[in-house]
Design a protein around this ligand. Structure first.
Ligand SMILES: Cc1ncc(COP(=O)(O)O)c(C=O)c1O
Length: 356
């Protein structure tokens, strides 16, 4: 029966796992989603208050997204014709996959890669080829280059979630120059890493760099994402693919105002990097863990089989981190977000007590 098609689709989708959000615990220190709590709630409230004063939410935000793009253009030193925006970078990635890719598009990425991206490929039946991380959670460029010969699109989150790995800049540039097809570099955590590839966009028209206000700007709840790419891609994306009004008025105005505070934002990113170092050094003091280097605002460590116990014990003490389980040969991986100094100290103290 022809009308069965919808039921069949429902059945086909129902077996998918979907993106796994963290468990919700009330009244815990939230170190499970790579958010940014170093920026104060009051600072963000003030931005929202100012945004509210200049917005009239009875109107569609006509012309305001363009103002945000102009502000981004100044911030990134990239022409506005090369910048597109989205409802979080999740939505940017989703629209690219849904509209440019098909069952025939072989996507090359890493294992592990950003979970949402992987689930979206599954949703659209886009085949993926994965290059696994090595035992010390690094990627091998030559393997990537070799495998890229059989791929149509390349996606790398750089720094990678959940490992925190970032290729040396030259390696990543080499990969992009060598690849005869589109390359998406997801720089959600770029500001905590060693470099950004945004300026490469001017010379490399196969490159798309996606970025977000969720991490360094601490605005995850507002869902503000964007990407830079060549003019033709940005034109079809913004004019045809993207919704007419993907961002709400308040988010747009906050984005514009937040970009004026870039100095403070980058100081905060530096503080997070310093705290990341402290967390890594402290976790490395015990042989109970294997702790991996990170270029992001989180740290991945293998608790060697004690992951569940540690995760549960931390929740009981009011600290929520991310339980990831097996990654490659590492059986019990946990990921902790770098929070404020106080949050990180509480986490480290709790870990110390647990290992006594
Ligand atoms: C690698 C990576 N890319 C993109 C995103 C999504 O960011 P946004 O909040 O802009 O949708 C995340 C969020 O955790 C991420 O880890």
């Amino acid at each position: 029966m022809k009308k069965d098609w919808f039921q069949k689709k429902v059945k086909q989708f129902s077996i998918l796992k979907g993106y796994q959000k963290p468990e919700k615990h009330s009244d815990t220190l939230k170190l499970d989603s790579n958010e940014n709590f170093v920026i104060s709630k009051q600072f963000q409230r003030d931005l929202i208050d100012s945004a509210q004063k200049i917005s009239d939410v009875r109107e569609y935000p006509l012309g305001r997204a363009e103002k945000l793009i102009e502000a981004l253009s100044k911030y990134l030193s990239i022409p506005s014709s090369m910048i597109g925006i989205g409802n979080g970078s999740d939505q940017v990635l989703d629209l690219i996959l849904a509209n440019f890719c098909s069952k025939k598009t072989r996507v090359l990425t890493s294992e592990p890669t950003f979970g949402f991206f992987e689930e979206r490929c599954k949703l659209y039946s886009i085949p993926t080829i994965k290059v696994p991380f090595s035992k010390n959670m690094t990627l091998d460029l030559d393997t990537f280059l070799k495998k890229s010969k059989n791929a149509d699109l390349l996606y790398l989150d750089s720094p990678n979630n959940p490992t925190g790995f970032q290729f040396p800049k030259n390696d990543l540039q080499k990969l992009i120059r060598n690849f005869d097809g589109p390359v998406i570099i997801d720089e959600a955590y770029g500001e905590f890493g060693d470099y950004s590839l945004v300026s490469m966009i001017k010379k490399q028209d196969n490159l798309i760099v996606s970025k977000t206000f969720s991490k360094d700007f601490g605005l995850a709840g507002l869902r503000l994402g964007y990407f830079v790419g060549n003019k033709n891609i940005v034109d079809v994306f913004s004019r045809i693919i993207q919704y007419p009004y993907p961002l709400n008025s308040i988010a747009i105005e906050v984005g514009i105002l937040a970009l004026q505070k870039r100095k403070l934002i980058s100081e905060i990113a530096n503080q997070i990097k310093q705290e990341r170092k402290r967390i890594i050094e402290n976790l490395r003091k015990t042989s109970a863990f294997e702790v991996f280097d990170s270029k992001a605002n989180f740290v991945l460590f293998d608790a060697k089989g004690a992951d569940r116990r540690i995760y549960t014990a931390l929740v009981e003490q009011g600290i929520s981190i991310r339980k990831l389980g097996q990654i490659g040969k590492h059986k019990g991986c946990l990921r902790v977000t770098v929070g404020t100094k106080e949050m990180n100290s509480k986490f480290l103290l709790a870990i110390r007590d647990l290992l006594r």
